[in-house]
Design a protein around this ligand. Structure first.
Ligand code: SF4
Length: 97
């Protein structure tokens, strides 16, 4: 008898509705949602990426439906999506402590 793996747990938004952005995509989920961005550009150069400073710095994209979960953490090295906007100056950094 083979044991079936449990179905993946859905992430819910603040209203207990399932998140609309697919989080199971390998790599930048915004590329699946909005399309590819300028070639050779990374999320680390985008004005939509913000840092949350805690014991280490976590990154979130303000174009995603974010939770406090690591599942919505964003990587600076991910290829940019179509909503890429060149950041001028320092990245927005919030104190998460
Ligand atoms: S390019 Fe900008 S808007 Fe697109 S996923 Fe990266 S940080 Fe978010």
């Amino acid at each position: 008898m083979s044991k079936k793996p449990p179905p993946p747990k859905l992430l819910l938004d603040w209203n207990n509705e399932p998140l609309k952005i697919g989080l199971q995509v390998d790599g930048n989920p915004c590329v699946a949602e909005y399309g590819t961005g300028p070639p050779d550009r990374r999320c680390g150069d985008c004005s939509h990426l913000v840092g949350i400073a805690m014991a280490k710095t976590y990154y979130k994209c303000d174009q995603r439906q974010n939770t406090h979960s690591a599942k919505t953490d964003h990587k600076r090295k991910w290829p940019a999506c179509a909503r890429f906007e060149e950041r001028r100056g320092d990245m927005r950094l919030y104190d998460g402590r």
